[in-house]
Design a protein around this ligand. Structure first.
Ligand SMILES: [Zn+2]
Ligand SMILES: [Zn+2]
Length: 333
């Protein structure tokens, strides 16, 4: 099969992904083989490719927002029929036995596997995954619209949930890429007022198009105090600015897997019971809940398509803020 392989992490400007022929995987017991139609491009892929995340498998095929159809079921895998349209997300498997799994916090599992990082992912014509971690894709979404829901969408949704935002309140987004443009549609559906802070003028326009009450530069203070805010940009220097925009008792959620160092803070920015918290991965329940709500709304994903052979170009564009919405690789028919 054709795939994009990463041998060694390197700056994306050097085009480290190699488009090449590799062995098609075979599904182990309890796993399914999926013929990939589309794979979303996530900032986490960039962190894997550039080595901000410590390599867990080498070489590795990135990609963890995979949509395709079940081609073959491994021994004892009975959850999906051959031909079913399915998705694979970041959480590839968990041990099911550690204290976190037993508390219902499988997103914090001590022995997890991650698609496109510790396991081969969807920048390929085929991928295998344990059937228990595979999602049914709601009919309302075409393949390319569905792919970004599987990480940008699910993580954005978990971030919204952890922000504690309620109907009628004010929510800030810092960084307005794939995750924010999806989370924003859920927020608007919940009658939340959205304030979008982002350095890129195209992303500010997209936020206003999607119903933001205000959009401005990252370090311009929004005109109203915020009940909660979510930082999706991987830039620690935004943390003090976002705290400053919060009301007393407000929550700041850090939605990324990687962030540059956070500068030292004046305690006054945190005092008055403001909260900072991170988001790590997601549970399968988050995924199921989000896909149901996304189909009800229904969420519309802005996508920019690239062929699989141009994954390096897609990641370069993502790094340079050149994607309004989400980048998606078109792989099969
Ligand atoms: Zn566990
Ligand atoms: Zn992701």
């Amino acid at each position: 099969m054709k795939a994009c392989l990463l041998d060694l992490p390197a700056p994306i400007e050097t085009n480290p992904l190699k488009y090449m022929e590799v062995q098609r995987p075979d599904p182990a017991a309890g796993h399914v083989l999926i013929r990939v139609s589309c794979c979303g491009v996530c900032r986490t892929d960039l962190h894997v490719v550039e080595g901000e995340l410590t390599p867990r498998k080498s070489p590795v095929i990135p990609g963890h927002q995979v949509v395709g159809v079940v081609e073959k079921a491994g021994e004892s895998a009975r959850r999906f029929r051959v031909g079913a349209r399915v998705g694979v997300a970041w959480l590839h498997h968990v041990d099911g036995t550690c204290p976190y799994c037993r508390r219902g916090e499988e997103n914090l599992c001590d022995n997890p596997g991650f698609t496109g990082y510790s396991e081969d992912g969807g920048y390929a014509e085929y991928v295998v995954a344990p059937e228990g971690f595979v999602y049914s894709i709601p009919e309302v979404f075409p393949d390319e619209q569905a792919a970004p829901l599987l990480c940008a969408g699910i993580i954005g949704f978990r971030s919204l949930r952890l922000s504690g935002i309620k109907s009628g309140e004010r929510l800030g987004f810092y960084g307005f890429g794939a995750a924010a443009h999806l989370a924003m549609q859920v927020a608007r559906h919940w009658n939340v007022e959205v304030y979008a802070s982002t350095r890129d003028a195209r992303h500010q326009r997209l936020a206003l198009d999607l119903g933001a009450a205000w959009a401005g530069e990252t370090f311009t203070e929004p005109p109203e105090k915020l009940d909660a805010a979510i930082i999706f940009a991987p830039a620690g220097e935004i943390v003090p600015a976002a705290l400053k925009a919060l009301r007393k008792g407000g929550t700041l959620v850090l939605g990324g897997i990687h962030m540059s160092p956070i500068p030292s803070l004046d305690y006054n920015l945190l005092y008055q019971e403001r909260v900072i918290r991170s988001v790590a991965n997601n549970t399968r329940q988050d995924g199921e809940n989000f896909l149901r709500i996304a189909a009800e709304i229904p969420i519309r994903t802005r996508v920019q398509m690239f062929p699989l052979s141009e994954a390096n170009r897609a990641l370069n564009a993502l790094k340079n803020d050149a994607i309004p919405g989400a980048a998606v690789l078109k792989i099969g028919s």
